[in-house]
Design a protein around this ligand. Sequence first.
Ligand SMILES: Cc1cc2nc3c(=O)[nH]c(=O)nc-3n(C[C@H](O)[C@H](O)[C@H](O)COP(=O)(O)OP(=O)(O)OC[C@H]3O[C@@H](n4cnc5c(N)ncnc54)[C@H](O)[C@@H]3O)c2cc1C
Length: 477
Amino acid sequence: MSSKSGLDAVVVGSGPNGLAAAIALAREGASVAVFEGADEIGGGLRSAPLTQPGFLHDVCSAVHPMGVLSPFFRQLPLEQYGLIWRRPAASVAHPMPDGDAVMLYRSLERTAAGLGGDAKAYRRLVGPFLERPHDLLADAMAPLRIPAHPVGMMRFGVRAAFSANRLARLLFREAPARALFAGCAGHSVLPLTSPLTAALGLMFAITGHVEDWPVAQGGSQSIGRALAGHLESLGGRIETGRRIERLEELPAASVVLFDTSPEALSRIAGDALPPGYRRRLARYRYGPGVFKLDWALDGPIPWRDPACLEASTVHVGGTLEEICASERAMYRGRHSERPYLIVCQQSQFDETRAPAGKHTGYAYCHVPHGSTVDMTGPIERQVERFAPGFGDRILARHTMSPAWLERHNPNYKGGAITGGVADAFQLFNRPVTRLDPYATPNPRLFICSAATPPGGGVHGQCGYWAAQSALRQLARG
Ligand SMILES: Cc1cc2nc3c(=O)[nH]c(=O)nc-3n(C[C@H](O)[C@H](O)[C@H](O)COP(=O)(O)OP(=O)(O)OC[C@H]3O[C@@H](n4cnc5c(N)ncnc54)[C@H](O)[C@@H]3O)c2cc1C
């Protein structure tokens, strides 16, 4: 396939989508080079000793239901390049204000057994999707198109179209099931009264019954390294420390794929893109940011319900009502005193993260776009509420504001970590409304980041689908 002069393809950015795009191109015989602005590959897949020597923290992504279940990653021999998934006994724990935790276990029966009077309703909601979950995932983690498995997708869509708040209230009568669902839907970074937020609640619940949400041994950086190792085995090349500001800085190539924000695509491509398309890119909405803490801990988090230690992810925020209130406030530009938190406890399942007997802790909450408010106090008080004595275990902490995150990775505009708002409109129309969202009006230029369908998360599906679009262009010559 190699072009007469130069490379077939260049990828700007080495996040999971940039690396996935490069692999998808290279395995079809294309010559590919990746240019990464940072000194390390991986984008949202980097890990670092942020607090004290001996403690290894995931700077961004931590827990990988989408990584382990990604239709594209599942085809790749990543274990040959050092990726080892470490699986917890439970995917999610959700401590309730009364002290007990609701658990999401792989076993549907075991999970339902913890949901009291809502056991049957939960089984009825999730059970049918567990017959052919990979078909559903393949359709859901793709651009808008006629689904390959329309019946399952239709069944999913009918429920997913609701807001998480409405579906939880319609189906469940008791606080534990409602809270478990709200905690899963909270990953949407939207008010839980928004249409389609039920989609993420339902999808995350389903994934928890297909796989135990794993962490990567040695940190999420192991996923990036495995992708890079596989790419290099296919002949791909990666250069770090190469922040691209103008198209002219890139070597000659038939196609260029941008694992960047829409804003960076527009700025770098400049006049190579028509003004109308650039104006549409400028209207892209990035959405709320996050404020994140990493801790070096003297021991495990002392949850009131010790079952929480079985889970890689703990959704901290109490009842459905409390989570709705926190996410609504954040979306309206306010900071909740009792924020909904995503807490991860990687060192419970991967002993490489901390010295013997010690642990790492990781938590973030959603904050308004570009917020400068220090959320350390509200986050630590919220953990303490469900884990009395937590504060005494803290040996050291590292804080990340939205500005810190954007400095770390220019894709995280205003601290937004999932590539841009994924509401009912922008979930599919990202970065703009186009039949082929990965293509641009310039037939040589493509976008492959989380600002394209299916959106945020470590799954590489945006990169895979963008590569299919670029391969069609390469075939046209
Ligand atoms: C705090 C946090 C927690 C998260 N938790 C999870 C989680 O637990 N599970 C999960 O699945 N997802 C999680 N995510 C989301 C996930 O990390 C992202 O959705 C994912 O990394 C997006 O991949 P990407 O390839 O589109 O972009 P990125 O991973 O952002 O990579 C883009 C890369 O492009 C580079 N780049 C940008 N502009 C240029 C340029 N001009 N020149 C050269 N290089 C450039 C950047 O340096 C970066 O390396 C989290 C993210 C954050 C920040």
